[in-house]
Design a protein around this ligand. Structure first.
Ligand code: PMP
Length: 389
């Protein structure tokens, strides 16, 4: 039975090109970029080339690219590093975020709250960022606004350009951090159009290897010394992230970035067509009439959230898996703990509905046949599991 992998927001299959770059770099360019001989220089050149690839894909003419161990570390660096940068932020800083962020944003914010900082969550009901609430919360005491470009569970997109315009007007000290882990190379996203100061990226969501990511830091933040490192040591990554660089991982990430950037228009078209087909397939099938589509008004093309009629997502995920169809219940990162998804609750679902919600996420390798297989397996699951209830 051919697998139907519809969990691309959890992770993607590494592309052959990225894998080849990893192997080639490991074999041929194993030097330490800090070494002052030729082997070091050649590794350093690969790092610089990778920084160029990331900047280009973000439409950034300048700024630093700090390579990290992934999206989680980049988010921690952006948030904790921002607050560490100035004593006044640590004393009376205010941070704005959205209801329903990924745990790698939500947890550092909880830690800062416990230290006495003020964290304000802007509502995102039905996947719409409440701009009035944001405007009301923007004051000169705000040092950071952190939000995702695309929600990893609902696919909701937020109007980041509008957010940064409001910030400039009402909170001149604030920087905008965007967790673009799910958005990067799925939808067009540039630092100029969003007005971002800090951008988080993760390699394994774009067909690069796991354990690699990046934080783009604007030239203005660097000039201002507006962010401090979390890892201290040899001073790599311009002092913002010590530790010998993961050169093969970074080279493979850069390969995935370049391929992803080239393919973006076609990727967007393909993913949108799959999502539309799935939505139509649910609407047109009487056997799926009780399935609720959780559709934000502005959504990324690769994520679709479905609430099932009184069947726990976990049960359905297992059933579908037995049919070779892989989706997730909530996000892979939150499905380890027993907490209900804050993103779905923020969207407006009841706790019971949240518990019965699955996420389908498409990738470039998926086909329309995959959608048909999913719809058939879902219908079979609904009738089998409902009967068993
Ligand atoms: N932010 C979002 C929105 C994510 O979906 C994820 C991954 N699930 C992360 C951050 C964390 O990225 P990584 O797995 O590279 O640590």
């Amino acid at each position: 039975m051919r697998e139907v992998y519809l969990d691309n927001s959890a992770t993607t299959e590494v592309s052959p090109e990225a894998l080849a770059a990893y192997v080639k770099t490991s074999k041929n360019n194993w030097g330490n970029p800090s070494s002052r001989h030729n082997r070091g220089k050649e590794a350093e050149d690969l790092m610089e080339d990778a920084r160029d690839a990331v900047r280009h894909a973000l439409g950034a003419k300048d700024g630093q690219v700090i390579f990290t161990s992934g999206g989680t570390e980049a988010n921690n660096l952006a948030i904790l590093g921002r607050v560490e940068a100035k004593p006044r932020f640590m004393r009376g800083g205010v941070i704005l975020t959205t209801a329903g962020e990924h745990s790698s944003v939500a947890r550092p914010l909880e830690a800062l709250k416990a230290k006495g900082l003020t964290v304000v969550e802007i509502p995102t009901r039905n996947g719409v960022l409440d701009l009035d609430a944001l405007t009301a919360a923007l004051t000169p005491a705000v040092c950071l606004v952190t939000m995702m470009a695309v929600n990893n569970e609902t696919g909701a997109r937020y109007p980041l350009g509008e957010v940064s315009r409001l910030m400039r007007k009402h909170a001149p000290d604030a920087v905008l951090h965007i967790d673009a882990t799910q958005a990067f190379l799925k939808v067009p996203l540039t630092v100029t159009q969003t007005g971002a100061d800090l951008v988080t990226l993760s390699s394994h969501k774009i067909r690069g290897p796991k354990g690699v990511g990046a934080l783009w830091v604007s030239a203005a933040v660097t000039k201002n010394r507006g962010i401090a490192p979390l890892l201290l040591g040899g001073g790599q990554e311009n002092g913002l992230r010590s530790g010998t660089e993961n050169v093969p991982g970074v080279a493979a990430f850069a390969t995935a970035v370049r391929l992803g950037e080239q393919a973006l228009p076609e990727t967007e078209r393909h993913l949108s067509a799959l999502r539309e087909a799935l939505i139509a397939g649910v609407r047109d099938n009487p056997a799926l009439s009780e399935v609720k589509l959780n559709l934000p008004p502005t959504a990324a093309p690769h994520i679709l959230s479905l609430t099932l009629p009184k069947i726990k997502s976990e049960t359905m995920v297992h059933f579908l898996s037995s049919r070779g169809v892989y989706v997730s219940g909530g996000s892979a990162c939150s499905s380890h703990d027993s907490h209900l998804s804050s993103a779905m609750l923020a969207f407006g679902l009841t706790p019971e509905e949240t518990d019965c919600t699955i996420r389908v996420s498409f990738g470039v390798q998926n086909t329309h046949e995959d959608i048909d297989r999913f719809l058939a397996a879902l219908a079979e699951g609904l009738s089998t599991l409902v009967r068993k209830r």
